[in-house]
Design a protein around this ligand. Structure first.
Ligand SMILES: Cc1cc2nc3c(=O)[nH]c(=O)nc-3n(C[C@H](O)[C@H](O)[C@H](O)COP(=O)(O)OP(=O)(O)OC[C@H]3O[C@@H](n4cnc5c(N)ncnc54)[C@H](O)[C@@H]3O)c2cc1C
Length: 496
């Protein structure tokens, strides 16, 4: 990796490299890091703990009517690459330092004061318990779901839904034949709704005999139902042997993995504040997510080229006020319509719905994907689908289960359904504009970029952001402008 064009300081609360989670991703997603020049192919290979052959999606259907029973959906290229998270984080740290960056770990963010020409950040060294200040041109908030900055920017509500997730990396202890490590469970339920939650399992093989197992549910944010992780852990330990045969005392536990994965129900491209003057949120702090499988890490990697190109353009041209930075986001019109799926998988707080309902919804939809080509399924799960595909699948789902809309109405309510209708209209309008512009706009931008950027940087940043909004989320190669701008990136040394 070349030296960074900016001075970068990374502040991290934990000892660097320690993280209460593991990451699975797919080859085509991680390829983005190679394309961006951040990793070499050999480095990618060295951090892969396991690449499995096939992943399964299966939902309990014993209580579903026959039209809503579904066979296993195979997704061999979704989350099938397990990274060695510690090695990966160590490598990131080494690379950042080698490229001129600095890391202050075991240091907590306390406060940011934004001035006209700089942002002053107060942090606390957790070892010495002393506070210190550091200043820079831009603060990138990557503090995840619980980021105090994201909460403040969004009036105390940084996300609309969460997936409370608990689990563990289990080193060994399952009897031979319980699980073949060449396969993974991407999504699996082995029962219906209980205590207002549809629990879903995930299982990913790691190095040697290791298995990473998660239990999660789609959860409405509600003060009367905080979604306790401790309660979830109680469930996890109680029902793990029902999910995969084991004797709990024989399992060797390597590490707990837990957290809240955020979800945001977008109404439009500007409804979530991701910036302030000299400040921008990225990753979970910006509620960047994928509504179906909530792969926030994969989603960040998929969008990294877009986010870094736009951010580099803003930094180079000193466009660091709210109105410029707030355009730098990974909003996709297609994701803005699929949040309804996650809404359809969560039990509204305090409301009774038939226990088998969410499994029926999941089987309704995943059953359709079984009949689609592997490409359509893979693209859909990775948020790459267009208006036509969405409509075709939605119509098929409604034909298969004519009461689907009524079920969604029951789960989502009139207000959200109305909100969603607005998104749907917007998605249609966006599809039309994309169809009109996609053939020539990226090429046109590539041609006028060298002339336009130095003269009218504000307009250039706006056009680049529009171009990404038009071209992201489509199942086709990366857009051309991105390739041009990423070559000319990161020239000036600056503090950020
Ligand atoms: C159990 C679990 C498993 C997951 N598995 C996958 C997966 O397999 N694939 C996938 O694509 N996604 C997965 N996700 C989602 C994924 O982990 C997140 O989307 C991704 O890590 C988000 O990255 P981030 O950098 O935005 O936030 P985070 O990874 O949450 O990082 C935030 C960082 O900020 C630090 N921090 C927070 N507050 C402060 C503070 N005040 N001062 C200093 N530092 C602070 C934290 O210590 C942390 O290191 C999983 C999530 C969970 C909870």
């Amino acid at each position: 990796m070349a030296r960074l064009g900016y001075r970068v300081l990374l502040v991290e609360r934990m000892p660097f490299g320690r993280m209460n989670r593991e990451w699975n991703i797919s080859r085509d997603e991680i390829q983005n890091l190679i394309n961006l020049g951040l990793l070499t192919t050999a480095e990618v290979e060295s951090i892969i703990a396991r690449e499995y052959k096939d992943g399964f999606n299966k939902f309990f259907d014993a209580n579903n009517p026959s039209n809503l029973k579904a066979p296993v959906l195979h997704t061999p290229t979704v989350l099938n690459v397990a990274l060695d998270s510690e090695k990966w984080l160590q490598m990131c740290g080494q690379k950042l330092r080698a490229a001129g960056g600095e890391i202050w770990d075991e240091t907590e963010f306390i406060q940011a004061d934004v001035h006209n020409t700089q942002v002053v950040v107060t942090v606390k060294d957790l070892i010495s318990q002393t506070q210190k200040q550091v200043s820079g041109r831009l603060l990138v908030d990557a503090m995840g779901t619980a980021s105090p900055i994201a909460w403040q920017l969004n009036g105390g509500r940084a996300f609309d839904s969460v997936c409370p997730t608990v689990g563990a990396v289990i080193e060994r202890g399952f009897e031979p034949g319980v699980w073949d490590s060449q396969y993974g469970d991407v999504l699996y339920s082995h029962g219906d709704i209980s205590r207002g939650r549809q629990l879903i399992w995930e299982l990913f093989p790691g190095a040697d005999e290791e298995l990473t197992i998660y239990l999660f549910h789609y959860h409405q944010v509600h003060p009367k139902n905080p979604g306790s992780l401790l309660e979830m852990y109680e469930d996890f330990f109680t029902i793990l042997p029902e999910y995969r045969r084991c004797e709990m005392d024989k399992l060797v536990w390597k590490k707990p993995t837990f957290g809240y994965i955020p979800g945001h129900f977008s109404v439009g491209s500007g409804d979530r504040t991701v910036a302030f003057d000299r400040l921008i949120a990225m990753g979970d702090a910006a509620s960047l997510q994928s509504p179906l499988v909530f792969t926030g890490f994969g989603s960040l990697v998929r969008n990294l080229e877009r986010l870094t190109t736009l951010l580099d353009t803003a930094l180079k041209n000193d466009l660091l006020s709210f109105r410029h930075l707030n355009q730098i986001r990974a909003f996709q019109n297609n994701i803005a319509v699929t949040w309804m799926f996650s809404k359809g998988m969560m039990v509204p707080t305090g409301k009774f719905i038939p226990p088998q309902r969410i499994n029926s919804m999941l089987n309704n939809f995943f059953g359709l994907l079984v009949d689609e080509s592997p490409e359509v399924t893979d693209n859909f799960i990775k948020d790459r689908f267009n208006w036509m595909t969405f409509n075709r699948l939605a119509l098929k789902a409604a034909r298969k289960n004519p009461v689907l809309l009524w079920w969604i109405w029951e789960l989502a309510g009139a207000k959200d359904l109305l909100r969603w209708t607005g998104n749907y209209v917007d998605f249609g309008r966006h599809a039309l504009v994309s169809a009109l512009l996609n053939g020539w706009f990226p090429r046109f931008l590539r041609r006028i970029g060298p002339w336009l950027e130095p003269r009218y940087p504000v307009l250039w940043l706006r056009l680049l952001a529009i171009n990404y909004a038009l071209t992201t989320g489509i199942a086709r190669p990366q857009n051309l402008v991105a390739q041009v701008t990423s070559k000319a990136r990161l020239q000036k040394p600056e503090i950020i």
